[in-house]
Design a binder for this molecule. Structure first.
Ligand code: 3PG
Ligand code: MG
Length: 399
């Protein structure tokens, strides 16, 4: 795999794939870890007189322009963070626009490209589009491990047309995850939450064999509760995945993996202006209620259960933690993990955009053996699968 040691990059136009899919609330970035992650790579590329073109997705705009998902708002934050006067911005991935900006840029300057998921070609991994985009640059650097599980133009397609090099943050993630998982201490528990049910549910099926226990919270849990026949009111669910959830429950039984689901939950009538916030047993959820966090008996069960493990892996908040008071469940789980880390010999690793944000907010970084920027990519790595993005870097033969 090419890296900055065996493939120094100087005086080039560099396309830098980063993951700027940062958590945002009311237009404010709530956690800058993903920006921080690429700082070292940016510094290296600037020092070596390269023109840097930052490429990222933001949210899931489904192949069409949507102002709510524009990356433009990040320019001032990036300028502050990277200590530069100005960040150029390309409002589209049209190669004429990129080339025009490129001609006005001095060496060491940075241009942020608009959200690549506004182009339907990205997720279809359209190689014609990749080739065209590649024509604007001399070299591609992937510093976005957290998206490297996607078979998209900006992760795999582009590597067919440019020399492709691993960035410093990506190499660091791969090294650390390998160290962590090469000889995992058993028994292992996983805590899986978050709202990306479709991405994670299919991964879970492959993970039941690896873990001794899986604790499920967040929107993920709703789909499982529905699969078990509970009424879950107006909660966020993926109806199409109920069958898959049932498969997972069956497989876990066969493979001796214990699955822990919430037994009580915090409900409200909605998330944007929540009223009637109540603690409810899972068999008592009403039609007009929405599950927004795990309840205190569930937290107690989790606490008792987690005592017996040598390794705990956590991805995804246990409730709608960006809206108070639905951050309580997640924060209490963090406190439980903190106590375990202080009192016993245990490895605790966590990953994912929102998960990292929750850890930062509670200032508990020191309690974790490793914190990854990756959520879905972290889970895929646990499966033992090499991310398509890493494979593409390894297979790249363009000099
Ligand atoms: C993430 O937030 O996990 C990454 O940015 C990947 O986003 P995606 O799941 O929308 O591909
Ligand atoms: Mg995310």
């Amino acid at each position: 795999m090419k890296n900055f040691n065996n493939y120094p990059i100087k005086n080039k136009k560099v396309l830098l794939r980063s993951d700027l899919n940062v958590p945002v609330k009311n237009g404010i970035i709530t956690d800058k870890t993903r920006i921080h992650a690429i700082k070292q790579t940016i510094n290296y590329l600037r020092k070596n007189n390269n023109k840097i073109f930052l490429l990222s997705h933001f949210g899931r705009p489904k192949g069409k322009f949507d102002n709510n998902f524009s990356l433009k708002f990040l320019c001032s934050t990036l300028a502050d963070y990277f200590l530069v006067n100005k960040i150029h911005f390309a409002p589209s991935l049209d190669i004429q626009i990129i080339n025009k900006i490129s001609r006005t840029m001095y060496k060491g300057e940075i241009c942020l490209l608009e959200n690549i998921r506004f182009c339907s070609e990205e997720e279809n991994n359209d190689l014609g589009f990749a080739k065209n985009l590649a024509s604007c640059f001399d070299v591609y650097v992937n510093d976005a491990f957290s998206v490297s599980h996607r078979n998209h133009v900006s992760i795999t397609g582009i590597t067919k047309f440019l020399p492709a090099v691993a960035g410093l943050a990506l190499s660091n993630e791969v090294d650390n995850l390998n160290k962590l998982l090469i000889n995992p201490n058993k028994p292992i528990a996983a805590i899986i939450g978050g709202s990306k049910v479709s991405t994670k549910l299919s991964l879970l099926n492959n993970l039941v064999g690896l873990f001794d226990t899986i604790i499920i919270g967040g929107a993920m849990a709703n789909t499982f509760l529905l699969a078990k026949g509970f009424n879950i009111g107006k909660s966020l669910i993926e109806k199409d995945l109920v069958k898959e959830a049932n498969n997972i429950l069956r497989n876990s039984n066969d493979l001796n993996c214990k699955i822990i689901l919430p037994i009580d939950v915090i409900c409200a009538d909605n998330l944007s202006n929540p009223k009637n916030i109540n603690l409810v047993k899972v068999n008592k959820i009403r039609k007009d209620q929405m599950v927004l966090d795990i309840g205190k008996s569930t937290i107690q069960i989790i606490q008792t259960h987690l005592k017996d493990f040598k390794m705990i892996l956590w991805n995804g908040p246990l409730g709608a933690f960006e809206t108070k008071p639905f951050d309580k469940g997640t924060n209490q789980i963090i406190q439980i993990l903190k106590n375990l880390s202080l009192n016993q010999d245990i490895i605790i690793a966590a990953g994912g955009g929102e998960t990292v944000a929750a850890i930062q907010e509670t200032k508990t970084e020191n309690c974790f053996s490793y914190i990854s920027n990756a959520g879905g990519a972290f889970l895929e790595w646990l499966e033992g699968k090499e991310s398509p993005g890493i494979k593409a870097l390894k297979e790249n033969r363009i000099p």
